[in-house]
Design a binder for this molecule. Structure first.
Ligand code: GRF
Length: 205
């Protein structure tokens, strides 16, 4: 399956996806990586892996819709069948989501619906939860509000800082995102309204 990734920053989730695809444990080909940030490390990483990249700087567009129209044209050119958001810091508008004729997934560093939006790890610490984690979900028109595909729980430990919690969650993210994509590509994901049923793995009860 031909996948595009959008990332605004460091790109460690992109790296985890690329490594899983390379190992053969994830049957996707990442055919294009886009960003709104010219300096994103994710772009460097992609160029190093020989993947075509493209920057869509927000300042070059009069409004979000124009930027998203270009994104869509670019994805069609690359015959994208799946879009993976990996630290993409812009919210995709309703028109883009309606027009994209492929699934869109995102990974978020909290157990949604708790702590959507920015600084999820800080929100979790400030709230005082004892566990947090990460969520892979389909993207809908809201903020981190689409149907949930997979979640992984991590403990919040006494003395945690935003950084230490973010590190622990990120480790889980790097397992969870490739696994969620693998299930989707394998046709094991059934959407019933906003609920996701994971179809049984072969050979399991
Ligand atoms: C991750 O924590 C992800 O959950 C969130 O943005 C961060 C991106 O990190 N959406 P990276 O660029 O993949 O390292």
């Amino acid at each position: 399956m031909r996948a595009a990734v959008l990332a605004s920053g460091r790109g460690s989730n992109l790296k985890a996806l690329l490594e899983a695809a390379e190992r053969g444990s994830l049957p996707i080909k990442i055919v294009a990586v886009g960003s709104d940030q010219a300096g994103a490390k994710a772009l460097e990483l992609s160029r190093g892996a020989g993947i075509p990249t493209r920057v869509f700087p927000s300042k070059d567009y009069p409004h979000r819709q124009a930027q998203e129209e270009d994104l869509l044209i670019w994805m069609r050119e690359h015959r994208v069948e799946l879009l993976l958001l990996a630290g993409y810091m812009k919210v995709l508008g309703p028109q883009f989501i309606r027009q994209a004729n492929f699934p869109i997934l995102n990974i978020h560093p909290s157990l949604l619906p708790a702590f959507p939006g920015l600084h999820a790890q800080r929100q979790a610490l400030e709230y005082g939860v004892k566990v947090s984690g990460c969520t892979v979900h389909f993207v809908d028109e809201g903020l981190d509000s689409g149907p949930i595909l997979l979640q992984e729980v991590v403990p919040v430990l006494p003395g945690d800082t935003e950084e230490s919690l973010a590190r622990r969650i990120l480790e889980a993210e790097h397992r969870l995102y490739p696994e969620a994509v693998r299930l989707l590509v394998a046709g094991k994901v059934k959407r019933v309204g906003r609920r996701i049923q994971l179809l049984q793995q072969e050979g399991s009860e």
